[in-house]
Ligand binder design. Sequence first.
Ligand SMILES: [Zn+2]
Length: 295
Amino acid sequence: MNTRFNDALTQLPKALADTVSPMLTDHFAGHLSAEQLKELSDQSGLSGAELYLALLPIAATLSYAPISNFFVGAIAHGESGDIYMGANMELVGEALFHSVHAEQSAISHAWLAGEQKLVGITVNYSPCGHCRQFMTELNNNDNLIIRLPEQPAQPLTHYLPYAFGPKDLGMEDGLLDGNDHEMTLDSDDPLVQRALREANASYAPYSKTPAAIVLATESGQVFVGRYAENAAFNPSLPPMQMAINAMARQGIGFDRIHRAILVEGDKGQISFLHSASDALGTISQVQLETYKAQS
Ligand SMILES: [Zn+2]
């Protein structure tokens, strides 16, 4: 077990802590399969919402919050039955809009893992307005259930009534619906091609600027971020922040970054070149490699 979870385990019921402990390996980044959840449920006697709430201290341990020292953990429940943890992230030395919120982290985790629909989000503090807006972009926003400690489960529409969302801008689809932008890029570099695949799966219905980031370590670990746009624009989650957050969730030091690659569409109305370089520059000396994909 990775020792970063020691404190969290003391906050769990003993039977749950004993069962989950061997699952918290050095590679653990917050994903538990439906099978693992069944084992946790069988051994702890907790199920459903009780189990998710009990696991929140594990999710909050994935936080990287050097500015606030306020550790938020969230758990996204996929339609598949798997769960995906996320946590807040802050970058010292840059403006606060580079921050990633726990709900954004959990949702992006599920999206990158291939989930196509979320049925609920459990979080240890009440979702902020930014996250309520971010969650409204989800394709299942009308049915998404929010769970908090000491509160009855409520749909997202309870937390954000009269919401402004994708439908107000004429969009039928939402975040987590599949995308293929069918962009191409002339490169034999496998990491560049990986970034292209992720950019093709990104969600940019308003700016029409598909984009993705690949961060690679010298030992060959790869972390990716896809652009996740939002109808209200500002809550959009840029690809660099999503990729850095994927590293943070796994507890990998940013000094391990060896290459950083941005691929974005050549016909979009915006660009991530400057914001991605700024965010990267706070955590790494590595220069951002940038590519325009043909659409
Ligand atoms: Zn938030």
